[in-house]
Structures are given as C-alpha cells and as structure tokens.
Design a protein. Structure first.
Lengths: 430, 878
C-alpha cells in the first residue's frame, strides 16, 4: 500500500497529465483523414459474471468431445446459432478461492483472501482495471462497472462490482440500466463557463478537506494512518478524474441512440437493457472496458421461480434442479441475444462490433458451491481467440488467471502475470 | 466476532505454553499425520513426488498463511471426494469424519491466530447508520442514505474500523448528501418559526361522489349485460341448440361457473344476436365491461354502501372499492416533523387479523407499498379512536403518506384475497376499517431532551455572518474540535466564488457547509495516539465512544458536560450515564444495530412468506416479530433482568398483533408490554420467538439445518466452521416422499457431511414443532407432484453431539438454558466487537472472562455486561 501523506495536487496533476491522451474523436478524425488512412477501430473488453454457478450436469458439453467436434449441452442450446462464434473452456479455477458463496469477488483478480496476515480480507487488482489503465486513456469513462440490484443475494460475494483497483479496494458499480443511461447520455445543461467554475470549486473542496485530513493524520498512530490513507487515496482518484473531466469538458456527451429505460424492469428486461446500453457505450466510444455482475435473483423472479437463489444453487434432482436449469437456459438465451446485437453493429472499417470485442462470460462458482471448473464462455475477436471450439484443459486446475493473461495479451496489454497465473493458454489462439 | 469458545479450544488440543498465554496455537492432533501417511503417502511424500504435492512435511501447527492454504487444499479435496482417487483404497469413514471435523475447526482458529498478528485498529469511519443519525442530530433532518454502500459483511460488524472503507465514489456521495442535508436544514430552520398548521379532510365527500358515479356506470353496464344474457337464454332454449348446450354442459362437467362459460360461447348459437343491438361495440366489450367488470365490482360496490356510516366516513376495503387513504403534506409547508391523525374504527364482526391498519408510503405501481408501521384499530363505530402517527419529512417530493387495511405488500396475494371472496360470495370482502376524518398537523417543535440542531441561519448576511455559520457547524460536526483557520479560509473562498458568480447569500453558503460534512474530522472517529503506548481517553473521546456505542450517534449536551468535568469521579458518573443512555429512546439505534447483526437477523427479510400456508405472517407480522427480539432485550436490560431470560422466561414482550398471533388473550394496542404466559407455553426466550423460527425457514417450510446452526452459533457459542465449498450433493433421495428427518439425516452418512452436521442437525430437529412461521404444530407433511402426500407425527427427540439427550422441545430448551455460561461468553464477544470497533481476538479472553464473571456474580444481570465493558481499561483507553 502506498502512502500519500504529502500529497500535492499539482504533482498528481502533472503525473496524470502525462498519461492523458486527447479525447478520441472518431467522426472528426474520419472526416479529416479519410483519404490518407483507414479508420482505426478500437478494441474493447467485457467481462460478465453471474454469481452462483450453473447446473453442471446439463450446462457443460461432454468433456470427451473437444475441439470443433462438440455438441452444445442442453443448458447452452440457445447458443446453437453462435456455435462457431464462441469458445467454451473447462478446467479453470482460482487456486485460493475457498468461499462457496463468492462468485464474483475474486473472479477477475485471483487473489488470496488471507494473503496479508492481520487482515480478514485482502484482494488485488482485477484484470479489467489493468486493461482500463491503457484503454481508458482514450475515453470519457476509463471503465464502466455494471451491477444488478440483487448483488449480495445472488452469490456475487463481497465487493461493489467486479472491479478492484490497484490497492485491492472495491470500485463502485452502477446498479440499474436507468442510472447507466443517465451516466452515458445525461444532459449537462450548464454552460462551459459554469462547468469550468464547478471544476475549480471541486478542486477547492479537495484542497480544503486535505487541510483537515493532514491535521488528523499527523496525530495518529501508524496503524490508524494506514486506514486514513484510503481517504487520501480517494481524493487522489478524484484529482485524476477532474483532470480528465477538464480534458473532456468542451465535448458534449453523445446523443442517446437508445430509449431511456423504464424505472423498474424485471430481471430479464434489465439484462437486455444493460446489453443495449453497453453497446451504446461502445458505439459512442464512451468507454472500452466494461464489467457486469448480472442479476440472478431478479432473473429468477422474472421466470416465476419462487426459490431463493441460494436454495437453487443447492439443487438436487427435482424442482430446484429444474429451476436451476430454467435459469441456465435464460442466461444462455440472453447471452445469445447479446452476441446477436454485437454482431449486428457495423464498425467504420466494415467489421462488426463483435469482431472488436473480447467478451467473457462466467463465474468463480461452478455448481453447488464447487469452485473448480469455473464455467467459462468466450466470444468476440478482439483478443485473437479462435472460436467454435470446446477446450478441455489437460491440467484440471489451470489458473483462471492464465485466461485473463491470455486475453489481456491478446488485447495488446503488456502483462505477463496476473493474480495466481502460471502462464498463458496458448491453445486458445493457436 | 471471535468464533471460538474456550471449551472448543481445549477439545482442539490447543497447547497453552503457559498459564497466562492468551493466544492458543492452531495445531492438528498428531494422529492425523498417520492418516495422511496411510491414505496419501503413496503419491504425496518425499521431495520428488510425481504429483508435485507434498504432504509429509505439512506442519501440524498451522501458524502461517502458507500452511493454512496447504491444509485448506487438503480439506477441499477430501470434501469433494477428489482424493484419494476412486481407484485407490479409501480411508476409514470414521477417521475421515474426525479429521475433517478437526481440520475445519483448526483452520478457523488458525486464520484467527495468524490474523491476530495484525492491528488493533480504532480509527473508523462513521458507518451508514451512524452517519444518518449524526446528520439528524446535527441538522435535525432525516436523509435518505440508500445510495451509500452497505457496511459490514465478510463476517464482521458494521462498527469494525478495518471493514469501513472509503472510496472516491463514496466521498462524492457524502458531498451530495451533505448538500441535500444542509438545504433541508435551512428550509426546516426557516420554517421552525412558522406556526404549526392543520390540514383536515372528510374524505367521504370526494370518495362518495367518485364511487357513486362509478356505481351508476356499473349499474347501467349490468342492465345491458342482463338484457344480453336473457336474449341468449331465450335462444338457447330453441331445439336446434340442444347439441351445443349439451356439449357445454358436458364439458363443464356441472362444475364451476357453468353459466358464464355458456354465455361466452354464444357465437355457436344459430341466429346469434347482434352485439350492437345491445349497445356493445364488439364482442370483447361484452366480456370486459359486462361480465368481468360489472359482475365483479357492482356487488362489491353495493355491499360497500350497505355498510353503516358511509355518509359520514370512508371504508378501507379491498379491490374495486375505496381502499387507501392517501394524503399529502402540502408542498408549501416546511420540512420538519408532522403528525397524521385519523379518527378510525373497526366494524362489528371484523376478524382479529382485519383489525389492523398499515401506515406507509406508496411506491410506483400497485405492487409497491413501503410499510412504516402497523396499528391496531380498537375503536368501534360508536366510539371511534384517534390514531396518531408521526413522520419526519424533507422538502423532496415524497410527502404522501397512506393507511390501508393490513394486507400483503405484493398485490398478487391481495388479488387472491378478492378472488377467494368473489368465488365464495360473488363479491369482494366486506370492508371493516372505517375512517371518519384525517388530519395533518405540524411542523411540531423539537422534542424536549433532543439536541437543538446547529443553526445555519446567519446573523448578518455578510462574510462575517457566513464565517460564523461555517465555524459553528464545523465545531459541532467535528465533535468539539475547532476547525483549522486555513480550512475555514478555504471554505470561505468557495463561498466568495459562489457569491461572485451570482449565487444568493444562502445558496452560496450551502456549498462550503456540505464540505464540512465530507471532511475527515466529521467522517472519522479518530483518537490520536502512538502505537504501543496506550493512554487514557480524554473526557470528550470517552463521551464519543460511549455515545456511538449505545446510541450510534454523537453525545448530547449532558454527556459532553460530564466529559468536560475531567477524570475526578469519572467511574461513578460514567455508570450513571450508561444507565441514562440505555433508558433513552435513542438506545433503539443500539437494538437495531447490534441485535440485527449479532443474531444474523437479515435472513428474516429474505423471504416473502407463503400466503396460503402462512396467511398471518405478512410484512406487518414480520416487523412485529423483529420488534419482539429488540423489545425483549430492552425490557430485560432496563428492568435489571438476567441474560437467562433471553434463553427461557415465563413471559413474552408483545403488542396486540403479536399476542394475537401467539394466541394470547387480553392484549391490544401497539405498545409492547410484558405478558405472562400460561404454563407449558413454548413461548418465552429467544427459542420461542417468531422471528427466530421464521429466519430458520425458507418462507414455506421450516429449515432444521439453519435453525440448528443458529442455535449452535448464537446460544451455545459453538459456531460451526463456514460451509466448505466442493462438497458433493446428495441426490439419491430425490423423487420420494420423505419426512424432514429422513431428508436431512442423509447428511450423517457421508463423512464430509457428518463431521459438521452431527453438531447442529439434532438441534434443528428438536425445533420442528415450530412451523416456518413459528406456529406450534405436532404433524407435518410432504407433497410432491405425482407422488401424493405423506403426513407424519413430528418427533423432536434427539441428542446433542457429545451431550445429553432430550425428548422434546421443552427439554431441549432446558439444556440450552442451562448453558448460560457459553451464551454469556458469545454475547460478550459480540458486544466487545461492536463496542470497540475491532474483532474480538484471543488476547481479549481475559477481558471477556472478567466481564462474564462480573455478570455471573450478579445472576447474569444484563445491565452488568454493559457496565463491566464500559468500566474496562480497553474501553477507556486508546
């Protein structure tokens, strides 16, 4: 943990300034340079998790049929039309996971909860945030974290979203499609001058609270100061964001191409709305990195399943297993729709959005609180994965983080290790 | 919370190196090494194993994270059955059970021992509850804090500093909430000088006009429909229609609504009548406005007006008639506290469960009702009562409050209520709750004894006036610490910049004031100090700790007054202050904060209870059941009672609603009070409470495992280790009708299940006489599609693992109640964690035992736990 007791806004800004590239201006650049060069279509990343796992008996394809010669299992049937566009992987897990109710907490981090003696809970940076450090330079939002309203009850585990920052602290997420809509397209009706003044005021606010923060800090014991660091860290993050806001200030938010979502959609409608908004966010290049903790309980409620998600996750043959399978099918159906939508969007160079996205869909929990064989589906062409295959890894407990390293490298991020990774999954791209 | 009892530590062969060593070692019994050697040694021994996993050098003492992780892996593969591989010899069942039981428990200890090398963190952010309360104290306004993330989780209480994180999003939420609070406070303070106003409505004027208009339309629709059906009847009599009529009659089998089906198939008749001749636009309109609407609502409306006193008041009915009284506090009235007053009565012949109204706010759509409180209606039409409910409102749009007859929140079940009645008597249920008039009055003056909010009204509208307000708020918000001059200067700059930009004086002042509420001295309870050098707390610091412990809010003037007097005679004054704080209404914040977390009561809100099976366990009853736990604790504490009364007592603390649910007579009204129990009652003490059993259910059926675990954890202080991942599912019993016992006893067959389940399943079975909603039963049944129904006599008899046998619930309750020592230890550990804002560790054992023994000497007086804790060195020093 770094300590920033003598945090000086100016130095922070200077540091942030160097890493801030100019806003990406597709329309302008296209018009200006159309004659000279083909437009560059950016790569994007989406990671979706679904808390409590799936029904392993009917979700995984037959492990003896691998490569292109596999049949989609019952639970994946709705993905039939995308069979050549997806990859299903078996044999991945997070080595340190011991929590059978935490499907999302360590999903993208691979951390050891007990890594730091004296702490009851520890986490490390999530893969999406590593990608966002690079991809986020070009967009208004460095990354977007999406949630559902039933996070805790759905087996996602502790955390505020799938994303964890460099300090291993949870990053807040957006809980509803309506809130996401406002974030992406909400009109700022104030004038540029007013916004500049607001920005200046925000900086004055940070300066003021730092006076009191430093005064307290000086009197505290070392342990207590470490706790107060979170406050300094928060202020530093806002400083960085304000610098970015400043760079983006003159650019209005894009016009919404989707309708404003209804206030209280059910779990199925909500997932669809989030899908459409994710696509809208990419189309307007508002961000290039998105994570989503899907609804689970609300999805089940929309399917008229009366059980609590936890009870369903403890399924055994009978009505709870049927409920679990019904939910699996709906998740597959929604994923298939999402792939349809991604494939339907044409990019400037004639490719589709699907070609330029790396999509992963899975959970840290497999089935009935088992943490081995994390269910994993990949789609999209951005990370160079060769699709249409069922990959059953030779080593039964290959680190899930090997997948994240593979995808990150495929996305052009210079990284050779993440979480508990031991290497890459070369077979995905070969 | 420390999840480990002293008794258990001995059983674990934890080696104490000397009498005063507080921290045990987490050590596996040496015998287990032999198990590993025999069962795993073939592939997992020596430095050059092919498997790459070596177990022969696994240390028996688990003292490092690395060792804990390796043992955890061993547990995981044994649990999942992955190891030893299927084609290898399998370990002895009993040995495996013992190894897993020991390992699971030792790992819990190990994680704590390793964790204990860490910190004694005291600085902490105000948690969500404390933040809300502190704002209310400071500014006199109630703000909605739902946007702040939930605190606590990952196994610790929401007062534990280590778990109370800060993020940039949260900082910005504090700024936004602060602005809102300041804005409301200014509006409320300006309004405080305004005289209280009164709004009075006799709703019947409006309701009757509307409802009679609808009734008239329905009468006309009905007349049309009657003419139509008569025409069909005539046609049907013709001989050429005999076949059609016979067919419909046969298909309906003489059951149900024969005639309506018959009218629906009118177009099968030759020479069918022209729809338009009867005044209908199309065939659809016949069903819609004729059959469905007129036939259902008209009789219901007629019935409404057959009731007495409809010309002087309104009834709160079900569907199709007036059912909710909603009234808005006028927008022009300032934020503040208001009272809603209803002159109300229940009609003769109303059943007990109908004699209650719900008060709350209506959300979007028919399904939503935000239930705030439930009230018993004791007035009669001859002598109505006046019901008063107080609310605190802000300046926002949510100013509409409603009452309605007690019912389920989800509309589906209310619709069921209507349909059930419709099928039985051809209309909705007879309304029974009658309201003469509604009054709203306010704003009410600040309650005596409450701190006056900080005045945000500047004495002069200039820089000096603004500076005064900023300093005044900051000094109170920082709990007595003066703000730094540089800080106030910077806030003044923000104010000045706003003024220059054209803001009014008041609008410009709001922004710097909101910043105060996002500054560290407000958000953090910080006590200066140097690691390793304890010092006594100052008077103000102690007052803060005490107040946040017992009120979850800042100290009042009286407490601060004592704090200022210095250390002389502190202990006597302190004890009296502890009593005073406990007596106060504000102690409710402790009940809600501590009991909810200590007893894991969040589960009570998980389930919507099955309306068919558990009609009366609705949202109102759930709230009453929760209150029973809180009120009982408060009553025992305040009356000088003993902790033993929480385990077993000859009385309950109940209000009218709960007493009626329990079948206790002679209790009415909303106040919780002490009610003596008849001999042989299963009620009295936590094990007789509705909330506890409802939590141990899934809303439909009882869940013996949840109940057993809960009792082991909270009453016996013998918490089972966390549910392990990767345990195979039991499936061989599916597709059979089984008793609850048969279903769950399968857990005892597999070693990896039995190692834990034998500790709590028998307790859960002993509580099976309580159904999911806590009502007493002697039989239970299982129904499965295609298999029919199986009914059985409940057999609660059992035996605690390694402990005594019991015949029935009463004997089980006695066994649990006799173990008050264990209960007291667990309670003290939880109280310590909550009060000190850090986990209770092994190093705290001495303190825990001190507190327990002080209480034991006073026959477990509940108050003594609080006094002993506050009097301790740990509480009074940094």
């Amino acid at each position: 943990m770094t300590i920033h007791h003598n945090l000086n806004r100016r130095t922070v800004l200077k540091a942030a300034g160097t890493s801030l590239a100019l806003p990406f201006l597709p329309s302008l650049s296209r018009r200006a340079f159309a004659a000279e060069a083909a437009p560059v279509v950016p790569k994007r990343m989406i990671a979706i998790s679904f808390g409590y796992g799936i029904t392993k008996e009917t979700w995984f394809p037959d492990p003896t049929k691998t490569g292109t010669e596999f049949t989609l299992s019952e639970g994946l049937k709705p993905l039939e039309r995308h069979k050549s566009r997806i990859t299903i992987i078996q044999g991945l897990s997070n080595k340190f996971s011991n929590e059978g109710h935490w499907g999302s907490t360590f999903y993208l981090t691979g951390a050891n909860r007990y890594a730091v003696p004296g702490l009851n809970f520890y986490n490390s940076v999530s893969a999406d945030q590593v990608v966002a450090e690079e991809y986020g330079k070009h967009t208004r939002f460095t990354s977007l974290q999406l949630n559902s309203k039933d996070n805790y009850e759905s087996g996602h585990g502790p955390g505020l979203s799938l994303a964890w920052n460099r300090q291993g602290k949870p990053i807040a997420g957006i809980d509803t499609s309506l809130a996401l809509f406002h974030k992406l397209f909400g009109d700022d009706e104030t004038s540029l001058e007013e916004r500049q003044r607001a920005l200046a005021e925000q900086r004055s606010v940070l300066d003021a609270v730092l006076v009191e923060a430093k005064a307290i800090d000086g009197k505290l014991s070392a342990d207590d100061r470490r706790k107060l660091d979170e406050y300094f860290e928060s202020i530093r993050e806002i400083e960085t964001r304000l610098a970015k806001d400043e760079a983006w200030m003159a650019r209005p938010k894009p016009k919404a191409e989707v309708k404003q979502p209804a206030a209280e959609p059910n779990g199925i409608e909500e997932t669809r709305l989030m899908q459409s908004l994710m696509i809208a966010a990419f189309r307007t290049d508002s961000t290039r990195v998105i994570t989503y903790r899907q609804p689970h309980w609300n999805l089940m409620k929309a399917l008229d399943i009366d059980y609590h998600p936890h009870d369903v996750s403890h399924y055994s043959p009978g009505s709870r297993m049927e409920a679990s399978q019904k939910r699996d099918l709906e998740m597959s159906r929604l994923l298939a729709e999402f792939i349809d939508k991604l494939a339907a969007v044409k990019e400037a160079d004639g490719s589709t959005l699907l070609d330029n996205v790396s999509l992963s869909f899975g959970s840290n929990i497999c089935s009935i609180h088992s943490l081995d064989n994390c269910p994993t589906i990949l789609a999209g062409g951005a990370a160079g994965v060769k699709h249409g295959r069922h990959v059953v890894l030779a080593a039964k407990q290959t680190p899930l983080c090997n997948l994240w390293v593979t995808l990150m490298q495929g996305l052009g991020i210079e990284v050779d290790a993440h979480g508990d990774s031991t290497g890459t999954l070369g077979e995905l791209t070969a | 919370m420390k999840t480990q009892s002293v008794a258990m530590m001995v059983a674990l062969a934890a080696v104490m190196t000397s009498a005063d060593a507080a921290v045990p070692t987490a050590r596996m019994e040496a015998g287990h090494a032999a198990f590993l050697k025999t069962n795993c040694g073939k592939c997992h021994a020596g430095a050059d194993t092919d498997s790459g996993v070596r177990l022969d050098d696994l240390p028996l003492e688990i003292a490092t994270t690395e060792a804990a992780d390796r043992w955890q892996k061993v547990m995981n593969v044994l649990n999942s059955g992955e190891m030893p591989p299927q084609d290898e010899p399998q370990p002895d069942r009993d040995e495996k059970t013992e190894l897993l039981a020991d390992l699971a428990q030792t790992l819990v200890v190990a994680r704590q021992v390793i964790g204990e090398q860490g910190t004694r963190q005291i600085i902490r952010r105000l948690n969500k509850r404390e933040y809300k309360n502190t704002i209310r104290d400071l500014l006199g306004v109630e703000i909605d804090v739902t946007e702040l993330p939930q605190d606590g989780g990952a196994g610790s209480m929401d007062t534990v500093g280590a778990g109370l994180a800060m993020s940039s999003d949260q900082f910005e939420s504090y700024l936004a909430l602060g602005r809102k609070a300041v804005e409301e406070a200014i509006a409320a303070q300006k309004g405080a000088t305004a005289k209280p106003q009164t709004y009075h409505r006799d709703s019947e004027t409006f309701v009757n006009e509307q409802q009679r208009k609808i009734m008239k339309q329905k009468e006309e629709a009905n007349a049309k429909y009657v003419a139509w059906t008569q025409a069909i009847d005539e046609l049907a009599k013709l001989p050429e229609h005999a076949d059609v009529v016979a067919d419909i009659t046969k298909r309906m089998g003489g059951r149900g609504d024969f005639k309506s089906q018959y009218y629906r198939e009118w177009d099968r008749l030759v020479g069918k009548p022209a729809v338009k001749d009867f005044g209908y636009n199309d065939a659809f309109a016949i069903d819609f406005s004729g059959r469905d609407s007129a036939l259902k609502s008209l009789p219901t409306l007629r019935n409404y007006y057959e009731q007495p006193a409809t010309e002087t008041g309104v009834y709160l009915g079900c569907h199709m008639v007036h059912n909710t009284e909603s009234h808005k506090i006028p927008d022009a009235w300032p934020p503040g506290e208001y009272v809603y007053r209803y002159r109300i009565a229940a009609a003769e012949g109303a059943e007990w469960h109908q004699r209650f109204v719900q008060f709350g706010t209506k959300g979007n759509g028919l399904d939503n009702f935000d239930l705030m409180s439930t009230h018993e209606v004791t007035g009669t039409l001859d002598t109505p009562q006046i019901l008063e409910v107080k609310v605190r409102v802000g300046s926002g749009p949510n100013r509409v409050y409603s009452i309605r007859e007690k019912r389920r929140i989800k509309r589906g079940t209310d619709n069921d209520r209507f349909m059930k009645s419709f099928h039985a008597i051809g209309r909705g249920p007879t309304p029974v709750i009658w309201v003469d008039w509604v009054e709203i009055e306010g704003p009410l003056p600040t309650e005596p004894g409450r701190s006056e909010p900080v005045s945000l009204i500047a004495s002069t509208q200039d820089a000096n006036g603004a500076r005064d307000v900023i300093e005044r708020l900051a000094t109170r918000a920082f709990r007595g610490e003066s703000p730094k001059t540089e800080y106030v200067d910077r806030l003044m700059n923000i104010f000045e910049a706003r003024l220059t930009a054209g803001d009014s004086f008041e609008a410009a002042l709001r922004h710097p004031l909101a910043v105060v509420l996002a500054s560290p001295p407000f958000l953090y309870l910080a006590e200066p100090g140097v690691a390793g050098k304890p010092r006594p707390l100052s008077g103000v610091e102690l007052a803060n700790r005490l107040s946040y412990f017992l009120w979850s809010s800042p100290p009042d003037e009286e407490l601060l007054g004592y704090a200022a007097q210095g250390e002389r005679g502190r202990s006597a004054v302190l004890a009296a202050q502890v009593d005073r704080l406990i007596e106060s209404d504000r102690f409710d914040a402790f009940l809600d904060g501590f009991l909810h977390q200590w007893l894991d009561m969040e589960r009570l809100d998980f389930f919507e209870f099955d309306a068919q099976k558990h009609r009366d366990f609705d949202d109102s009853m759930k709230k009453a059941a929760r209150q029973e736990v809180y009120r009982t604790f408060a009553s025992v504490l305040r009356s000088g009672g003993s902790l033993r009364e929480l385990l077993s007592s000859d009385y309950v603390i109940a209000n009218g609603l709960l007493a009626k649910y329990y079948g206790l007579e002679g209790v009415s009204g909303d106040e919780f009070r002490r009610v003596a129990l008849p001999a042989g009652s299963p009620r009295g003490g936590l094990l007789g409470m509705a909330a506890i059993h409802a939590m141990g259910s899934d809303g439909t059926s009882s869940h013996p495992i949840h109940r057993g675990v809960w009792v082991a954890k909270h009453l016996l202080n013998d918490p089972p280790p966390p549910a392990p991942p990767n345990v195979p599912q039991l499936s061989r019993l599916d597709g059979k009708l089984l008793t609850t016992r048969e279903r769950f006893e399968a857990h005892q067959e597999e070693p990896q299940c039995a190692s834990c389940h034998r500790r709590f399943d028998p307790i859960g079975f002993g509580l099976e006489n309580f159904d999911a909603a806590s009502l007493w039963r002697t039989t239970d049944s299982d129904t499965k599609k295609g298999l029919g129904t199986k009914e059985w006599q409940i057999d609660p008899a059992g035996k605690l693992h390694g402990g005594p046998e019991f015949e029935d619930f009463f004997q089980l309750r006695k066994i649990v109640a006799d173990r008050v020592d264990a209960f007291a230890t667990g309670f003290t550990e939880a109280l310590l964690e909550y009060a000190l804002g850090r986990p209770c560790g092994f190093a705290d054992d001495e303190l825990v035992q001190q507190i327990v023994s002080r209480a034991r000497d006073k026959d477990w007086q509940l108050r003594e736990f609080f006094q002993a804790l506050v009097a301790s060195q740990e509480f009074q020093a940094k």
